[in-house]
Design a protein around this ligand. Structure first.
Ligand code: ZN
Length: 220
């Protein structure tokens, strides 16, 4: 497989390699409810490997014979500076860009793993499990009120607003950096709002981030 490289909205490469994708589960109350999950008292973290990243604008390939593959539309934060035990203002200075991600999840397998008390990597870390959009530069200092959405075959499926995050972006990323170091090129996925569901072959996906980024793709 070809190696994934971050790109900017204009198609130019971001001069940083992807190390890891750190994700937070159940960061929107409505989504936790739709899957009958309790809301955790501290952020639920997991990591997708760099090998799960693919360009969202290419056709999305999903595993065929492993049960339902759910889409989760998430705001992706591109980290530009090392963060270790960072403060919120360190985090603010370190955010290089924003994009959109699909946190693809083998939902049947994940339910199985949850029931057994096992980690989720088998359900969330497979090759291609993290389609990433191009990034836009983070030139806004206010990280609240960022809106994003997913349409499938022109029907609105998910809408998110960063003001609805249970763990808001700056304290969330500061908290992550107290667990392990974030490096330039790492990406943080900030959780999915409600409306997740299975991908079907041939679906047309349209994703939008505020008025600044619009991405279209197709499920193989
Ligand atoms: Zn997710």
């Amino acid at each position: 497989m070809t190696q994934y490289q971050h790109i900017w909205k204009d198609g130019s490469p971001v001069q940083l390699g992807l190390g890891k994708i750190v994700c937070v589960g159940r960061n929107y109350a409505e989504h936790a409810r739709e899957l009958n999950n309790p809301i955790p008292d501290s952020p639920l973290l997991f990591i997708k490997p760099a090998t799960s990243a693919v360009h969202m604008t290419r056709t999305i390939e999903v595993p065929r014979d492993r049960g339902a593959v759910h889409f989760e539309t998430e705001l992706a934060v591109l980290i530009g500076c090392p963060l270790t035990r960072a403060s919120e203002s360190d985090v603010q200075r370190a955010i290089l860009g924003f994009g959109l991600a699909l946190d693809l999840t083998l939902r049947d397998l994940q339910s199985d793993l949850k029931a057994k008390g096992q980690p989720w990597e088998r359900a969330k870390g497979f090759d291609g499990a993290c389609p990433l959009s191009p990034f836009v530069a983070a030139d806004r200092c206010d990280v609240g009120g960022i809106n994003f959405s997913l349409d499938i075959n022109r029907q609105r499926q998910q809408t998110g607003d960063t003001n609805d995050m249970l763990n808001p972006m700056l304290p969330l990323i500061a908290h992550i950096s107290h667990q392990f170091t974030l490096l330039p090129g790492d990406v943080v996925l900030t959780g999915t709002p409600a409306g997740v569901g299975p991908l079907q072959s041939g679906q047309r996906l349209s994703l939008e981030l505020d008025d600044v980024l619009f991405v279209e793709t197709t499920v193989a």
